[in-house]
Write a protein that binds this ligand. Structure first.
Ligand code: D41
Length: 692
């Protein structure tokens, strides 16, 4: 049942439920707004809130002015002085589905009636223009400017009164202290969102860890905590940003009659706007905007929890007006929840490529962020100890895009009796070898090495992966079977596989067996950096493998290098050097390498490559669109051979962008920033000139 549907309860039952809901909501409000320490995810709060609202709609007699539905927000913090908002800061109603948004659109058009019809022709349905904005997940604030000078910043508070945080907002670099331009309003009040970018948040948490201080749960809490600092010097050190989204008072300058254009006007005053803001004609275009943003959500620089859709025409906004504290002309169109509460049914340990034991929580299935989730990672044993997660606990899990869901918090207040702390296994759950955990490390490992089937499987999956030996079609399922049937143990065994060994595998046909063998054979022609990366040496990722290859030129030289020699390589420090040297001291690894070479795995000599002049050294290049003559990875490899760094995004420091077919926003960025752009033909020519 959706929370807004009428339910079959009597008024007496409803009275009881309403009281309980109000108590719960007040409690959560206090935790959230006053203590800044929420106990439940927003989605659970929303659910309670929607239920209360539905009951109050069904039984208007139960409505009372002190209901949480009649007051959005919390109390002003006592340490800051309280300010009254000249124009109340409204809240937003929510819709959660395409149907609900279509209803909103229909309601608005019905209300506008004739007004909207004017100018449209007789046969077409009049469509309404909307200003579409991402719903930034930060804190709403209000800024007042007199004659172009910032005189006050205030939090939203309960919408009527907030806290005076002028000293703190002044430290936020994207808040203009003085408006730009020369035709300035005598008075301007701007509303917007203060937030912390995902990058800024990660960096802040790193610093907090380094200082031995408490880390923040998410960017929103970090922004709230930073804005609430009593000492503005503390706030100044936090990477806060301000994005403007509306004007409520403006005197002395005439503003455009459209929300979208008003925002553009704010940009000319020096305010920052989200780059995602668009104007949409009609409901269908809004739905497309929503779908597009939802799909790109994870790659945005900040967290958002939906979009905000506003009637673009300001005169019509006034016509539509407000209901209680929310405008009728705007709505938040929310994404499905990304956090949810569930219980832990068991905790298991998975063994990775290097033997690391990763604890995984098996969960009571729960719907979160659009999918049902029944597993979540707990990262490592330290994390278990830090959170004191136990089997039977209620936990908050979080899921971002395609990222593996993780347990973010244990609700110890709901812990059942008789639970036990989780113990680190003393033996590997896969091969029964001893588990070791060095004093100073968070990670516990199986000591079985490549005798452990779990480590064999993971090492093989890495070896065949696209950026390593790139054996197409040899997926995880085949590797699991091959190892379970003891047909292979190490990467070298792959090259001894015969068709009659493959055919008994589940779901393996003649054709797939032939294709697999062909792909394995093709992988024998490799490159030194790929081969080195494929070996799976701890601490040696793709970039390090490339640097090592360039520096030494041959596998023999790398194998012969001692730790001092290894540390001559760019980016190789003592930890990496030790790991490499250790790897090449293991007789087992030397045997596998010899067997691989005997099977015919080879690469062109890189000694010559090592001395290749690096005409693009010190330059940063960006690839965009698809190239007809090579894959993006191949193009990247070639650019790196010429000494260039290849980056994923365009900035002022980019030297050149190579634009293939269907190049998108990166090309636009390049043009905006005046960065050189090269097409595929020119790129080909450049490569040829340098013998590639
Ligand atoms: O990005 C946001 N979080 C956002 C919040 C936005 N883009 N626009 C908003 N517009 C409004 C109205 C329509 C009332 C001017 C809002 C909010 N309000 C809002 N933020 C917190 C409560 C209300």
């Amino acid at each position: 049942m959706s929370p807004s549907e009428p339910s079959a309860v009597t008024e007496a039952q409803a009275r009881h439920e309403v009281e309980t809901l109000r108590q719960q909501l007040r409690h959560h409000n206090h935790r959230y707004y006053v203590l800044d320490d929420p106990e439940v995810p927003d989605a659970e709060y929303d659910r309670l809130f929607q239920r209360l609202k539905a009951l109050e709609t069904q039984f208007p007699a139960l409505l009372s002015s002190d209901s949480p539905t009649q007051r959005v927000g919390g109390e002003a913090m006592s340490a800051f002085s309280t300010v009254m908002h000249e124009v109340p800061m409204l809240s937003l109603d929510n819709v959660f589905s395409a149907e609900e948004f279509a209803d909103f659109d229909r309601r608005v058009r019905d209300r506008l009636g004739d007004l909207l019809g004017q100018g449209g022709d007789l046969f077409s349905q009049p469509v309404l223009a909307y200003c579409c904005e991402p719903k930034l997940d930060g804190l709403a604030i209000s800024l007042v400017y007199e004659n172009g000078v910032l005189i006050r910043g205030a939090t939203r508070g309960d919408g009527v009164t907030g806290e005076d945080i002028t000293h703190n907002v002044r430290t936020i670099p994207s808040v203009p202290l003085r408006l730009a331009g020369d035709a300035l309003p005598a008075l301007l009040e701007v509303r917007g969102e203060v937030l912390m970018s995902k990058k800024g948040f990660l960096k802040l948490n790193e610093q907090q860890t380094a200082k031995g201080e408490k880390t923040f749960v998410n960017p929103r809490n970090a922004a709230a905590g930073s804005l609430r600092q009593l000492d503005p010097r503390m706030t100044a050190q936090r990477p806060l940003e301000f994005y403007a989204y509306s004007v409520v008072r403006c005197e002395g300058v005439k503003l455009p009659g459209s929300q979208y254009e008003t925002l553009q006007k704010l940009a000319t005053f020096g305010f920052r706007l989200s780059k995602e803001i668009r104007r949409a004609e009609g409901e269908a275009e809004v739905q497309a905007f929503y779908a597009d943003i939802q799909q790109r959500r994870d790659s945005l620089p900040y967290e958002i929890d939906g979009v905000v859709i506003k009637v673009d025409n300001v005169r019509w906004q006034q016509e539509l007006g407000f209901v209680s504290r929310a405008p009728r002309w705007a709505t938040a169109y929310k994404f499905p929840a990304q956090e949810a509460v569930t219980t832990i049914q068991s905790i298991e340990f998975q063994v990775g490529r290097t033997g690391a034991l990763t604890p995984v929580a098996r969960l009571a299935p729960v719907f979160v962020g659009g999918v049902t989730v029944s597993n979540a990672t707990l990262h490592n044993f330290d994390e278990i100890e830090r959170m004191d997660v136990r089997v039977g606990d209620s936990v908050v899990i979080y899921r971002a895009g395609d990222v593996i869901p993780k347990v973010v918090r244990v609700m110890t207040e709901r812990r059942p009796e008789g639970t036990q702390p989780v113990a680190l296994p003393t033996r590997c759950p896969v091969c029964d070898s001893e588990v070791e955990r060095p004093e100073d490390e968070a990670i516990a490992r199986c000591t079985g090495g490549l005798f452990c089937p779990a480590q064999q499987k993971e090492a093989l999956k890495h070896f065949v992966s696209r950026r390593a030996m790139d054996i197409e079609g040899l997926g995880d399922k085949w590797i699991e079977q091959l190892v379970d049937l003891k047909l292979i143990k190490s990467s070298a065994d792959l090259y001894t596989l015969q068709k009659d060994m493959l055919l008994p595998l589940e779901r393996m046909g003649e054709k797939s067996a032939d294709n697999l063998l062909a792909a394995i054979a093709a992988s024998k022609n490799s490159t030194l950096p790929r081969f080195l990366y494929a070996l799976g040496i701890r601490e040696v990722g793709e970039a390090t493998a490339l640097l090592l290859s360039r520096h030494f030129g041959s596998l023999e030289k790398i194998m012969a290098a001692d730790e001092a020699a290894l540390m001559q390589v760019q980016d190789v420090g003592p930890v990496v050097a030790e790991s490499i040297a250790l790897f090449f001291r293991q007789p087992h690894n030397l045997e596998v390498i010899a067997a691989l070479r005997a099977a015919g795995v080879s690469w062109p000599d890189m000694e010559a490559l090592g001395e290749r002049p690096q005409p693009l050294a010190g330059q940063t290049w960006v690839l965009t669109g698809s190239l007809a003559t090579m894959s993006r990875d191949q193009a990247k490899e070639k650019l790196q051979q010429l000494g260039a760094k290849v980056s994923g995004s365009v900035s002022k420091k980019t030297h050149c962008v190579v634009a293939g077919e269907a190049a998108g926003s990166k090309l636009a960025d390049a043009e905006k920033l005046g960065v050189a752009v090269m097409d595929e033909a020119a790129f080909q020519q450049l490569l040829q000139e340098h013998g590639l």
